[in-house]
Design a protein around this ligand. Structure first.
Ligand code: PLP
Length: 429
């Protein structure tokens, strides 16, 4: 077995912060000729020191024996695990505050592993709405083909809305999972995490078996929101976004504890959803700057949101967490988020053609889907990511024709404001 050597989380009595551990945790340079930075382990398979060790590795990998205290499972084959993926998993778990993490080939891969770890034909999947487009398509078009029944709730801060969904779900079958996205994209609607945990407890009392709770934590986590320490079973991530952070890779992860995360890992390994060493190496580099990037992007984002709210050109509604004037929203925001992230929307009181005119006039903001990169992006959800959502549903959840979503990167705030200001001038001219 490989000993986990570089897993010190404290110096004497002093507890180290996750930021300080992003450069070293889970990597032993002595095993790699003293290299300060980890090599990219381009190997599909790993040799055992002895045949007996190989036997032991398989006992552990197949769950016949527990991982020995203070050690990690021996490496066997890169579809199961490899050093670069392990480093990312160890470090991501530190940031999320979970025992473990499982890295996948994409955010959708991590959602697939999450769903298949807990849902069986006939089960009910309760979920928030609206969801990320890809998630919505997977739920509606694919999971239902496998006999999964869907029940949605529209307001994740309202106990009445969630309890109505529970009543409907109960009549359809066993509730095996509650899946929610917080904050929601593109409106920044929040899910009250404590309410989800309370609902899962209630369902457990009624039906005997506890539903697995999962939150897509991509937009604010793991820097401004950690959901596993609040009692959520699984935190789901698209690492393509803030964690990768440079718009140059696609990956995902699930964080959690105990048997729940082990079930996700089993699906990942069996179904071939693991990521590759090179991508994981890039993510381990990205993790070193994650905290500083997200902090700066959030600061800049707030400056831009405030400018938009008071801009001299045109009155717009700004859907930034700090500026959403709703008492319940602000209570939930204050208790479970330590910052706003840097993805938010604003709404022009104007038709789609005006939103297009505005977007086309921007210079620094690139018009593209995705978010969380070092460069600022702009998108028009109603015509792109959410074009598959029926118009009346879009209206219902606030994805209006004049809604424009921004993902703020690391450019100077004054330059981004100049870009937006110029686009308003073009629009009103
Ligand atoms: C992008 C995204 C996903 C999907 O992730 P991929 O890495 O593109 O597969 C899931 N959820 C949210 C909230 C996202 O933004």
């Amino acid at each position: 077995m490989k000993k986990i050597i570089n897993a010190k989380k404290r110096i004497g009595e002093h507890q180290l912060h996750p930021e300080s551990l992003m450069m070293s945790y889970g990597y032993d340079s002595d095993l790699s000729e003293g290299a300060v930075k980890p090599p990219v382990f381009l190997t599909s398979t790993f040799s055992y020191p002895t045949a007996e060790a190989g036997e032991e590795f398989f006992h552990v990998a197949s769950g016949r024996k527990p991982v020995p205290e203070g050690e990690s499972a021996g490496l066997i084959y890169s579809r199961f695990n490899q050093p670069n993926v392990e480093m990312v998993e160890d470090r991501l778990a530190l940031l999320e505050g979970s025992e473990e993490a499982v890295v996948c080939a994409s955010g959708m891969g991590s959602i697939t592993a999450t769903l298949l770890s807990a849902l069986r034909p006939g089960d009910v999947l309760m979920h928030s709405s609206p969801l990320y487009g890809g998630t919505e398509v997977m739920f509606r078009n694919i999971m239902t083909e496998f006999g999964i029944k869907l029940v949605e709730f529209h307001d994740g801060c309202s106990e009445a809305s969630i309890m109505a969904a529970v009543q409907e779900a109960k009549s359809l079958g066993p509730i095996a999972m509650i899946f929610a996205e917080s904050p929601g994209n593109p409106t920044n609607a929040l899910i009250d995490i404590d309410l989800i945990v309370k609902t899962a407890n209630l369902i457990e009392t009624e039906q005997g078996k506890r539903p697995v709770t999962a939150i897509d934590n991509t937009l604010m986590g793991p820097i401004f929101s950690q959901v596993v320490p609040r009692g959520i079973d699984l935190a789901v991530y698209s690492l393509t976004k803030y964690v990768g952070g440079h718009s140059d890779l696609v990956a995902g992860a699930v964080c959690g504890n105990g048997d729940t995360i082990n079930a996700v890992r089993t699906i990942r390994n069996c179904m071939g959803l693991n990521s590759d060493p090179h991508t994981c190496w890039m993510i381990s580099r990205s993790l070193e700057t994650l905290s500083i990037r997200m902090q700066r992007e959030a600061e800049t984002g707030l400056k831009i949101a405030q400018w938009l709210a008071n801009n001299p050109h045109m009155k717009v509604k700004v859907l930034h967490p700090n500026l959403i004037e709703d008492e319940l929203y602000q209570t939930v925001y204050a208790k479970q988020c330590s910052g706003p992230g840097s993805t938010f929307s604003f709404v022009l009181d104007a038709p789609r053609t005006d939103a297009f005119k505005f977007i086309n006039a921007l210079v620094l903001f690139k018009s593209a889907v995705s978010l969380g990169g070092t460069e600022s992006l702009v998108s028009h959800p109603a015509s792109t990511t959410h074009s598959g959502v029926p118009e009346e549903v879009r209206k219902d959840v606030g994805i209006e024709e004049g809604l424009i979503r921004l993902s703020i990167g690391l450019e100077h705030p004054e330059d981004l404001i100049a870009d937006l200001s110029n686009a308003f001038k073009v629009l009103v001219s």
